[in-house]
Structure formats: structure tokens, C-alpha cells
Design a protein around this ligand. Structure first.
Ligand SMILES: [Zn+2]
Length: 89
């Protein structure tokens, strides 16, 4: 059995986290509006994350899945735009 990775370690690979009290806080990568205040709270004890703004929450697996969904589709859009741009030259 593979031990689960610590949620703090995993999320901090994607988003810088700051420890405040018992939780860690960072900029949420999931909502569209720019996040000026860190609204993503991560609990080391419960191994879950919650965003106060877009209400996304889950565990390590959810985070990675959501992150990949969101950013891979963005990369795809960028790629398509690049193709359109190149075909117009
Ligand atoms: Zn959010």
C-alpha cells in the first residue's frame, strides 16, 4: 500500500502556501477572478482544502484532478489560438 502524499506538500508544488495558525493559505488556482487575498485554506489535520470564494473543496486527489482539468483546457485553448495565429501569417 502506497502511503498518501501530504496535502500541504502536494498543493505547495502548485501554489505557494503560508502557514497561519493551524491551517495553510494560498491563492486559489480554480476561480476565474484574480485572487488578491489568499482564499484557499488547506488543513493538514484533515488533509482537505477549501476555497472561500469559489467553494471548491476536496482532498489531494481532487486537487490534482481539478488542477489538471482547469489548466490543461487552458493550454489547449492557447494552442488553438497559436495555430490560428500561425495560419494567418
Ligand atoms: Zn477558488
Amino acid at each position: 500500500m502506497k502511503e498518501k502524499e501530504d496535502i500541504i506538500e502536494v498543493i505547495s508544488k502548485y501554489v505557494p502556501l503560508t502557514k497561519k495558525g493551524r491551517n495553510y493559505y494560498g491563492i486559489c488556482p480554480f476561480h476565474k477572478e484574480e485572487d488578491k487575498n489568499p482564499s484557499l485554506a488547506v488543513s493538514k489535520e484533515k488533509q482537505i482544502y477549501t476555497c472561500f470564494v469559489c467553494r471548491s473543496q476536496g482532498n489531494v486527489d481532487t486537487f490534482i484532478k481539478e488542477f489538471n482539468n482547469r489548466w490543461s483546457s487552458n493550454w489547449f485553448t492557447t494552442f488553438l489560438l497559436l495555430l490560428i495565429y500561425l495560419s494567418n501569417i
